[in-house]
Design a protein around this ligand. Structure first.
Ligand code: EPU
Length: 423
């Protein structure tokens, strides 16, 4: 297995370019299942384990894929199977994204139930509710979702989500674009990942009104077309790199971003005392003499993202005062806290809120990654901890951060990847 070995205390400085968004890549790759008319060319796709896993899932269905220099080519001409097996789905919950497009194009799909998640319950009831509203019959048997369409074709409907869900909105969109008639979605997720999926589907020939808002209207089409598409930047990677600079008292510029998508996060950096300068495609962060304790509450976009919560907690261990970090999306997403405390942080958990007492001197030791963003928070802590921090089980980090140690090294961090034997 791989671990990251970090010798803390180096101030980060310089420029770095954001990679393509993982959480946008996954639904747009799934959307290629909607047509068998030719080949899609998707640029700026990050070279990540999750993209490999999703490509393997598509290959299992009979889809041809090839990946080189961050460009993924996909052709769904010869889909031979409509079944997403447990072995692949258990590796990545986002596999559920094949449900909507397979059902809409072929009238049937069998997708293994995803099972547990490292940070608490993550139900898929809203995905299933949306498919049923569009006329699907759903049966859960032998650990699989079996979805079919008694009427032969999905038909437009009104879908009102009681909770804002990125995944369920994505699935509903991908099903509705091939349904007969008009579908309306209320309380749709307005995350940039869904906005980009809408733009992708529109470029394929879909009609969608309300892109980027919580009210969407989709007019179903008979068929859609393959396209060439340039993926957007990864807003969570960009936010993580900015937090890495801030925790070390550094100054960095992240290029290749749309600052508007980072607005809630940038606002919090300013509250914490950082200076933020933006251009149309870059963000520059300058650290203050002293970071100030800053509360955040993770909520659906445009609020502060849950995927930045763990990194913010790590940052706040170095801030003057007590900060409260509340997660209203995943109430139990706090696996990083015991590990941060092992590095010397003083963080308590009260229900869905972390209370961080800062600033605390951290000292390096071995820490265990438990999920993607938890791992990122441990890397940030390692950058400021005295001595050497070893972040074990880096495969969690590799699911979502492209060349993270290369990027941090280029900014001046002392970080290397080494092999180790866990037992
Ligand atoms: N929810 C339900 N029922 C459902 C679906 C969701 O109750 O059927 C609830 C969830 O339990 C949660 C809330 O709705 O409380 C929002 O979950 P959402 O469906 O939006 O999450 P997701 O689509 O499964 C995506 C990202 C996550 C990110 C969340 C929230 C991808 C592949 N994953 O997950 O990213 O945390 O949205 O923004 O896009 C990550 O990248 O580390 C990650 C976990």
């Amino acid at each position: 297995m791989d671990k990251l070995v970090i010798r803390g205390g180096r101030r980060l400085s310089g420029c770095v370019t954001a990679s393509g968004s993982k959480n946008t890549s996954l639904p747009i790759i799934a959307a290629t299942l909607l047509t068998g008319k030719g080949t899609f060319t998707l640029h700026h796709i990050p070279d990540l384990q999750d993209i490999k896993t999703f490509s393997q899932l598509l290959n299992h269905l009979g889809v041809e894929t090839s990946f080189a220099d961050n460009t993924l080519k996909v052709s769904s001409r010869n889909v031979e199977s409509l079944m997403a097996p447990y072995e692949l789905v258990k590796k990545m919950r986002a596999s559920i994204y094949v449900l909507g497009p397979l059902l809409a194009r072929f009238g049937h799909a069998r997708v293994s139930l995803p099972g547990g998640c490292a940070f608490g319950p993550r139900p898929i009831d809203l995905h299933l509710m949306a498919m049923e509203k569009l006329g699907a019959r759903i049966a859960i048997e032998t650990g699989f979702i079996d979805a079919s369409i008694p009427d032969g074709k999905l038909r437009g409907a009104h879908i009102d989500f009681p909770v804002s869900s990125v995944g369920a909105t994505g699935n509903a969109l991908m099903a509705a674009v091939l349904a007969t008639g008009t579908t309306t979605i209320s309380n749709a997720a307005a995350e940039p990942e869904i906005e980009t999926l809408c733009k992708f589907l529109i470029a394929m020939g879909a009609t969608i009104h309300g892109t980027g808002t919580t009210e969407l209207e989709i007019v179903g089409k008979e068929s859609l077309n393959p396209i060439e598409f340039h993926n957007v930047f990864d807003r969570i990677e960009a936010g993580t790199l900015l937090a890495a600079a801030a925790i070390t008292g550094g100054d960095i510029t992240v290029n290749g971003v749309e600052p508007q998508q980072l607005k809630a996060v940038l606002k919090k950096f300013v509250h914490a005392g950082c200076t933020i300068d933006t251009t149309e495609t870059s963000v520059t962060l300058k650290s203050p003499e002293k970071l100030l304790a800053t509360d955040v509450t993770a909520k659906p976009y445009p609020s502060f993202p849950t995927d930045m919560q763990a990194q913010w907690i790590a940052l706040m261990t170095q801030a003057e005062g007590t900060s409260h970090i509340t997660d209203k999306i995943y109430h139990e997403r706090f696996n990083h806290i015991p590990e941060l405390n092992r590095l010397g942080a003083r963080i308590e958990i009260h229900k869905n809120q972390a209370v961080v007492h800062g600033p605390q001197k951290l000292s390096g030791t071995k820490v265990m990654s438990t999920d993607l963003r938890a791992s990122a928070s441990l890397v940030l802590a390692g950058l400021i901890a005295e001595g050497t921090t070893e972040v074990l089980r880096v495969y969690h980090l590799d699911r979502g951060y492209e060349k993270i140690e290369t990027k941090l090294k280029s900014l001046g961090a002392d970080i290397s990847r080494e092999k180790y034997n866990e037992f």
